[in-house]
Design a protein around this ligand. Structure first.
Ligand code: NAP
Length: 339
């Protein structure tokens, strides 16, 4: 095994909490040797997902463990393979020097050690800034749709989506249309509706800040709303429950609203809340499904380039601004760190 002992630049936390308070940039960190099956990727770009910041806070895991050795956040990046453990790349079609994207922990560092199995080869026509955006959100969108369609008793004609202008929301729209499902897309402002219609044109974008938005949804759905795909939670869930058919389903994959969900109507309307997380993707899917999910990520990035546009890139010296941009209103695209 090669023993490269070069240095890395990384974002690290030594305790969980507010990202502004606990994240720091460290220079000249020694890189560890590789173990069996691992590769080292020279990271060029790494996306900040909203969920990455929730993990920095440990929002969903209390009490939080101590992390005296430090934890490097981030789950997705793009770069070049610079070193590999013996035979780690056998049969992958990837070689030293290949451009790759990966979905694995510890992405926010210039030289990341990840399992070779987490790599996807990136074609020349996809820049690193796009390649770092494609895996987690496409996998989530496909996993959400696949899980929902398997669970629903009848394939719906129409679906309703909240947070339709979010990165995952847009991918759910693209995949739903491909599956013959016509989405009714909810956004929270006229500006967001306008922005979304330029990226993914089509009818049935409904602004929930308008007074008659529920009527607009009922009308578009012809009075039949069997399922809603929700990335918000919070108070809007109560309004969504009111719109749903008796016995309808909410497929929940996110909580952008960051508040307690309103479940008051769930019992009287016999609604089902079905949650889907990428955390169970590997155990819920076959190797063929996982390969197809990753291949589809590349396919969509090439076929619908607008979907990964509007992104903003930040140097590590602007980490605070990058953190703020992740949840800023009017976000037009993903937030990306430059390494
Ligand atoms: N289940 C999983 O495994 C999984 C995987 C990935 C992501 N997620 C979750 O999926 C959700 C979406 O992630 P993302 O990366 O796609 O988000 P994102 O692109 O950062 O979302 C930004 C968009 O969401 C809209 N938005 C934000 N807060 C809103 C609110 N309170 N009400 C209405 N619209 C709001 C914004 O609207 P404006 O344009 O009006 O500002 C903007 O269009 C997050 O909760 C994330 O944690 C879950």
């Amino acid at each position: 095994m090669n023993s490269v002992t070069d240095l890395s630049r990384r974002i690290v936390q030594y305790r969980f909490g507010d990202p502004h308070a606990v994240l720091r940039v460290e220079e000249d960190v020694a890189v560890p040797p590789l173990s069996e099956g691992e590769v080292r990727v020279r990271v060029a770009r790494s996306i900040i997902h909203p969920g990455d910041l929730q993990l920095v806070e440990a929002r969903y895991s209390q009490p939080t463990p101590a992390i005296p050795a430090g934890r490097v956040p981030g789950l997705e990046a793009a770069g070049v393979v610079e070193e590999a453990a013996p035979r780690a790349l056998d049969g992958t079609g990837i070689a030293l020097g290949s451009r790759v994207a990966f979905f694995a922990p510890g992405a926010w560092q210039s030289r990341a050690v990840v399992p070779a199995a987490s790599l996807v080869a990136v074609p020349d026509d996809l820049p690193d800034s796009v390649a770092t955006q494609i895996l987690i959100n496409t996998i989530t969108a496909r996993h959400v749709l696949r899980t929902a369609l398997r669970a629903l008793p009848v394939t719906p004609r129409r679906i309703v989506q909240t947070a339709a202008a979010s990165a995952v929301g847009k991918l759910i729209t693209v995949l739903a249309l491909k599956n013959g499902l016509a989405p009714i897309r909810l956004v929270r402002s006229p500006e967001s509706a306008r922005r979304l219609s330029t990226v993914l044109p089509g009818e049935d974008i409904v602004d929930t800040s308008s007074s008659d938005w529920q009527d607009a949804v009922r009308k578009a759905a012809g009075g039949d709303v069997p399922v809603v795909f929700d990335g918000l939670a919070g108070a809007l869930l109560g309004d969504i429950a009111a719109l749903l058919n008796m016995g309808g389903t909410i497929v929940s994959y996110g909580a952008l609203a960051g508040r307690m969900a309103d479940l008051n109507l769930f019992v009287p309307k016999a609604l089902t809340l079905r949650s889907v997380t990428i955390g169970t993707w590997r155990s819920d899917t076959t190797p063929d499904e996982r390969n197809e999910d990753m291949t589809e990520a590349i396919r969509i990035a090439r076929a619908v380039p607008e979907i990964h546009g509007g992104y903003r890139e930040f140097d590590l010296t602007d980490l605070g601004a990058a953190i703020d941009a992740v949840s800023a209103p009017g976000k037009a695209g993903n937030v990306i760190l430059k390494f």
